[in-house]
Design a protein around this ligand. Structure first.
Ligand code: SF4
Length: 248
């Protein structure tokens, strides 16, 4: 594992903040069987709308969480990491969902050109060091984007397996609460949200891309049971690092 895959240490200043971890345990116990809208409403009560963000990739399953969020409060800020390597179809899908769901505050975050010119001048890091590439294009930009927020929502589900099989409903990433409203949701329930909400599929889903990320690191999935098998295929990597980072 390269140094870029290691969790970021909280700063000395944030070190005493054991509080989010304790509060996360309390909230997780209270919300263990809660529905996704109940979890989102609890997150809003906990920190308020101005201190809560949802992080979305606008990928193949993202519309379900965005729909539930929009039904609770469409003005919750949505952070979208535009790495510079995304498919045009994903950017178009983001715009379609903004219109259809009435999302009022979607923030597309790009890595600074100066960082890319310094760390990835040939734009080949995705091949030579994908952990470092994810670090400069996803982890660092997200860490900066989350700095005004006290809590964030994301769409991971236990049925996705791997490191996601054991996620709680509420956890802490260091100094912030992290809510996983879909932790308990099944594949069938996600599909039902798409059907009932008349949500459009991601444009690449029909071509066999069951999980869509950056263009160089996304392939067709091996099987429907393992939707993430097309991510970093053959590279010994299954996550980008944003879910193991410690924010400060
Ligand atoms: Fe780079 Fe691939 Fe990570 Fe995207 S998914 S940031 S292209 S290594």
């Amino acid at each position: 594992m390269s140094e870029w895959a290691q969790p970021l240490s909280p700063s000395a200043k944030s070190q005493p903040a054991n509080e989010p971890a304790e509060r996360a345990r309390e909230l997780d116990a209270a919300l263990r069987t809660a529905s996704p809208p109940e979890v989102i409403a609890a997150a809003l009560r906990e920190v308020g709308r101005d201190r809560l963000a949802l992080v979305s990739s606008f990928g193949t399953e993202s519309a379900a969480l965005l729909k539930v969020m929009a039904d609770v409060d469409p003005a919750i800020p949505v952070i979208f990491l535009d790495t510079g390597w995304l498919f045009d179809e994903t950017l178009a899908y983001r715009d379609t969902l903004i219109d259809q769901l009435g999302l009022r505050d979607v923030r597309s975050i790009r890595p600074p050109d100066a960082d890319l010119d310094r760390d990835d001048p040939a734009r080949e890091l995705w091949f030579s060091d994908p952990d470092k590439c994810c670090f400069i294009r996803k982890v660092e930009p997200l860490r900066r984007a989350l700095s005004p927020f006290a809590a964030w929502l994301n769409g991971r589900k236990r049925f996705q397996g791997g490191a996601r099989a054991e996620i709680p409903v509420v956890e802490a990433d260091g100094v912030r609460l992290k809510f996983n409203p879909f932790a308990n949701v099944s594949r069938e329930e996600v599909a039902a949200i798409y059907t009932l909400g008349k949500l459009p599929p991601h444009p690449l889903l029909a071509s066999g891309f069951l999980s869509v990320g950056c263009m160089p690191c996304t392939s067709r999935a091996d099987s429907e049971a393992d939707t993430r098998s097309g991510r970093w295929q053959g590279r010994g990597k299954t996550e980008c690092g944003i879910h193991t980072m410690k924010t400060s």
